[in-house]
Design a protein around this ligand. Structure first.
Ligand SMILES: C[S@@+](CC[C@H](N)C(=O)[O-])C[C@H]1O[C@@H](n2cnc3c(N)ncnc32)[C@H](O)[C@@H]1O
Length: 247
């Protein structure tokens, strides 16, 4: 399964810093970050250490480094996306480094303690519940005292129900379509077959909802967990902020 192909489609331009939409989204993040942290009740120390997991092309990482003078580490599976973020951060002379790796083992990728660990941009559909359970337990060890774990994820279960079997278009030039292939109730995902004239691939989407994330955070020992509805001012998607504090 190559995420590279998927993240080249027009519909995911907002996650790529080298597109017009990606650049606009970065500027929106810079503008909206203080409001988001305010809503989440997060007060960062001076020059905070921030770890951005599933960071793509580092859009939130660059925003944190710029707005809060933060020392940022971005982790993602896709080298190509990370290098776009690193290039932009260097141009802006920001403190940002990137690590290519799988978030299932966060404490094997980075060391030290962080004031804030983020999973932003609604990335959880890429990961299975059992794998993310491991991520949460690793993040717990990486958080400084009173540090925060912030997850932004929309509800996928109710949102997807009416349309999960529809055929969809993801790219126009060249056309890329997808159709429903399989619903796996045992492991909590559905699978779609994406195809263009020259290529096809199958992608899983794991089903997530706020109550599942809240339960998992509490189960992993976070005693203070809040879930707040949030409207992403950039793409107007109804999402939820999950805020877990390490006391
Ligand atoms: C929806 S994008 C969000 C990117 C970024 N947070 C943003 O908002 O621009 C999800 C990202 O998660 C990454 N990803 C998926 N599974 C991963 C894993 N197991 N470990 C690390 N990154 C992963 C993908 O490569 C992709 O860049």
């Amino acid at each position: 399964m190559s995420l590279d192909w998927l993240y080249g489609f027009d519909e995911l331009n907002a996650y790529r810093l080298d597109t017009k939409t990606g650049k606009e989204r970065l500027e929106a993040q810079v503008k909206n970050l203080p409001g988001l942290l305010n809503l989440a009740g997060i007060v960062l120390p001076k020059k905070p250490r921030i770890l951005c997991l599933m960071a793509g092309s580092c859009i939130e990482g660059i925003a944190f480094a710029k707005v809060y003078d933060a020392d940022v580490t971005c982790v993602d599976l896709q080298e190509r996306l990370l290098s776009k973020g690193l290039r932009e951060a260097k141009k802006r002379k920001l403190k940002l480094r990137v690590i290519r790796g799988d978030v299932r083992e966060p404490s094997e990728l980075v060391g030290g303690k962080f004031d804030l660990v983020t999973v932003l941009g609604q990335p959880l559909p890429h990961i299975a519940i059992f794998d993310f359970d491991q991520t949460i337990s690793g993040v717990k060890k990486l958080l400084a005292k009173n540090g925060t774990f912030l997850i932004d994820q929309s509800d996928l279960i109710f949102r997807i129900l009416p349309q999960y079997k529809d055929a969809m278009t993801h790219n126009l030039e060249p056309p890329v379509f997808s159709i429903h292939r399989n619903l796996n109730a045992r492991h909590g995902y559905f699978e779609r077959l994406y195809y263009s004239r020259t290529r096809h691939d199958s992608y899983k989407t794991y089903l997530w909802a706020p109550w599942i994330i809240e339960y998992m955070l509490k189960k992993n020992g976070f005693t203070k967990v809040e879930v707040k509805p949030y409207v992403d001012p950039y793409n107007m998607a109804q999402t939820y902020l999950h805020i877990a504090t390490n006391s």
